[in-house]
Design a protein around this ligand. Structure first.
Ligand SMILES: C[S@@+](CC[C@H](N)C(=O)[O-])C[C@H]1O[C@@H](n2cnc3c(N)ncnc32)[C@H](O)[C@@H]1O
Length: 205
């Protein structure tokens, strides 16, 4: 359980189950001892708040990376499209305003550093070792592979790599995050810390 939750998480738009939220918080709290935390895929800030509260408690920093244009499934006409997050003037998805409101409401503006960019662009000159990386960006194979290749390399020994939306059964969900999770395990660079709901947890050896 996350102590002293400053906002009602049920009112924050997003894609994170309560047990996954608690697991992210616990893992980040430990991982902060190794370095700052970075997430790929903030959307409206649900996972950001869990990770951010852990960073706040540990005196660390959370880098929250998202281009805020939505993934494939958030686009107009797709299954998870939210018309409230659509900017009709620009004809694009834009979740950044909602994200900022939620981070402010949670009292995390001094902890969370938003990076409004694509994952590969943001990674290009990244040099900061990370205590934890949480991957929850695009769920196509190309996007998930890019996130893994760009960011897993920055997790320090003893740090944590968390990957959301793992479904061993293809009937339950897309297979790209699961493919990347298996790739991380097969690399010999990570050991499994188990799975909470659809959240896979790995420790960098
Ligand atoms: C499933 S949502 C994230 C949900 C969020 N973690 C939560 O707790 O509700 C995926 C997010 O990834 C972002 N995204 C997708 N591809 C991306 C990319 N290549 N670079 C940056 N962000 C990306 C989308 O804009 C979207 O907001």
């Amino acid at each position: 359980m996350i102590p002293e939750m400053p906002v009602d998480m049920d009112l924050i738009k997003g894609f994170l189950a309560p047990d996954e939220a608690a697991a992210l918080y616990e893992q980040a709290l430990q991982a902060c001892a190794h370095g700052p935390v970075l997430e790929i895929g903030s959307y409206c800030g649900k996972s950001t708040i869990c990770l951010g509260l852990a960073c706040q408690r540990a005196g660390s920093t959370l880098f929250a990376l998202d281009h805020h244009r939505g993934s494939e499934e958030h686009q107009k006409g797709e299954m998870f499209h939210d018309a409230d997050l659509y900017d009709p003037r620009e004809a694009v998805m834009d979740s950044f305003g909602e994200f900022r409101r939620n981070i402010r409401a949670a009292g995390l503006e001094d902890v969370v550093v938003p990076i409004v960019a694509g994952s590969a662009v943001a990674a290009r000159h990244w040099n900061t070792p990370l205590g934890m990386v949480f991957i929850d960006g695009g769920h196509s194979l190309e996007a998930a592979l890019t996130d893994y290749r760009c960011w897993a390399v920055h997790v320090v020994r003893g740090g944590v790599l968390a990957i959301h939306d793992l479904f061993a059964d293809a009937h339950l969900g897309g297979q790209a995050p699961y493919a990347v999770y298996r790739m991380a395990l097969a690399s010999g660079l990570f050991e499994s810390l188990g799975q909470v709901n659809s959240l896979g947890l790995l420790r960098r050896l």
